[in-house]
Write a protein that binds this ligand. Structure first.
Ligand code: AMP
Ligand code: MG
Length: 493
């Protein structure tokens, strides 16, 4: 078994603070292939997340921009990284495929005071798994991932993080020629439902056991000695998924491509492709240009999460019980608990959004009535909850409608029966109802400027998104919804 407590610290005295390990490379060889970041002609640093670097135990403040560019383009790697591409499979839009990191290279693991984190370059060139892809990424989508992932982090939602973006000096060829770029992604790990599917599809039970135990050790160490370790593992993964998807629903986040290869076992949000935040509340909200059937629509996310967990459970069957029928019964029983589990997380979150201190029978109905009104009137999801949280009266015309007034009286009555003051309630609500989210038009304007070498809009946007629950004169302008029923996002770009 790979031991996570014996860190092979190759560069303990490293002046930047790298404390590197490569436990994934000590797993069965079929799970990865050695990879090397492609040489690039003119790496240039676009953005570096110094706060995140500090959290990782790194001090990059004294590093020159050129040295940082070379590092985050994978050109000048410190000793101790052993770059690999990870193998995985996945159900993409319901269809099963063998995949792998086609345009991502895992450099290694940074052992920081806050734990072990994968350091991965996205867009660093071809790997064993690139199939017909070029292994590259364009600047816009990499900055987009940077913006949205960091916004999710600031909202308090489990997510991979973004440490840096560099341009490579190369062009990438999509519908047009675009500036090539590399994102440095930081994750608790990149182990996915698809990683388990990869081994299950190869009928490799012994590697599957090793991967399961490694993943338990890495993400669920409290289960290491449990007697029903693998069933408990599944339950714990399901619990984190239920909590995560509830958090998405509660901020109106549409992931857009919930394929099983994009489900992290750690419970982090991963793979920011065609994702976007909903404006007007509508369960049918879809942004992805290829999601014609709305498989990954906002309102479908909980059901899709359960579907993905079913695929995960299938991979674990050989570990759950010696007889397949018994294993299926155990898995089916656990999976059947997902809807209630999700509902618990969602309703607890809704109570907080509505300032309800204690659970009562009518809470779900109260929340749903508001959502129904929002859907009918195309009310902005984020701003409606924020409006309910601030001290100013609800003066906007839509709040004058009889339907809203009647809902509001019900809500006020419920609030008046609580022990705390209305103003104290609103203070707690402002801690869970964000004032700002990455509005699509703001993201697009920042990306367009950045593609022209002008970073000020991007930096402003990132600063505003870093404190989503506080508004000041500056961030107020970022609360305006995007007028974007036809907004489309793109995958794998
Ligand atoms: P994604 O849509 O980013 O989750 O990617 C799905 C799969 O396609 C993954 O296995 C990626 O590694 C692969 N892929 C996406 N873009 C590229 C590319 N430009 N070159 C090679 N592989 C890619
Ligand atoms: Mg992916």
């Amino acid at each position: 078994m790979v031991n996570l407590t014996e860190i092979e610290v190759v560069a303990d005295q490293d002046p930047l603070g790298w404390r590197l390990d490569n436990t994934y490379s000590r797993l069965p060889g079929c799970l990865f292939s050695p990879a090397k970041p492609a040489e690039v002609s003119a790496p240039r640093l676009v953005i570096l997340n110094h706060k995140l670097a500090a959290d990782l135990g790194l001090d990059l403040t004294q590093m020159s921009a050129d040295a940082a560019a070379a590092l985050f383009a994978g050109q000048d790697l410190p000793d101790g990284f052993q770059p690999i591409a990870q193998a995985y499979a996945g159900h993409q839009y319901g269809g099963f495929t063998m995949l792998g990191d086609g345009r991502a290279i895992l450099l290694g693991e940074q052992c920081s005071p806050r734990g072990r984190f994968d350091i991965q370059l996205k867009g660093a060139g071809q790997t064993q798994y690139s199939r017909r892809g070029d292994g590259r990424a364009a600047l816009g989508p990499m900055l987009r991932e940077y913006i949205i992932s960091e916004a999710m982090f600031a909202l308090g939602i489990p997510t991979t993080r973004s440490l840096a973006v560099v341009t490579t000096g190369e062009r990438v060829y999509r519908q047009s020629q675009l500036p090539g770029a590399i994102l440095t992604r930081v994750a608790a790990s990149h182990i996915r439902v698809g990683t388990f599917q990869y081994l299950a599809a190869r009928d490799d039970e012994s590697s599957l056991r090793v991967l399961a135990d490694y993943t338990i050790q890495r993400h669920y160490p409290e289960l290491a000695d449990s007697t029903n370790r693998h069933a408990d593992f599944f339950r714990a993964v399901m619990d984190r998924q239920a909590a995560l998807i509830a958090r998405w629903q509660l901020v109106g986040f549409v992931h857009g491509v919930m394929n099983t290869d994009n489900v992290a076992i750690s419970g982090e949000t991963i793979d920011y492709g065609p994702c976007a935040f909903m404006n007007a509340f509508d369960p049918a909200t879809v942004f992805s240009s290829i999601d014609h059937a709305g498989r990954y629509a906002y309102g479908n996310q909980p059901a899709i999460a359960q579907w993905n967990l079913a695929r995960f459970a299938e991979t674990l069957l050989p570990l759950l019980a010696p007889q397949q029928d018994d294993a299926i019964a155990i898995a089916t029983d656990m999976l059947g608990q997902f809807p209630d589990l999700f509902e618990e997380y969602w309703l607890a979150g809704m109570r907080a959004k509505l300032g309800l201190q204690k659970a009562e029978v009518g809470d779900r109905d109260l929340a749903e009535s508001l959502l129904n009104w929002m859907q009918k009137t195309k009310a902005d999801f984020t701003n409606t909850f924020r409006d309910l949280s601030v001290d100013e009266p609800l003066t906007a015309e839509r709040y004058g409608s009889p339907e809203f007034q009647s809902w509001n009286s019900r809500w006020q009555l419920r609030l008046s029966q609580q022990s705390r003051s209305a103003s104290a309630t609103r203070t707690t609500m402002r801690r869970v109802n964000p004032a700002v989210i990455p509005r699509n038009h703001r993201v697009e304007e920042a990306l367009a400027a950045a593609e022209n070498g002008e970073l000020s809009l991007l930096l402003r946007l990132l600063a505003v998104l870093a404190t989503p629950y506080n508004v000041d004169a500056e961030s107020a302008g970022y609360q305006i919804p995007s007028d974007d029923c036809s907004y489309r996002t793109f995958c794998g770009t």
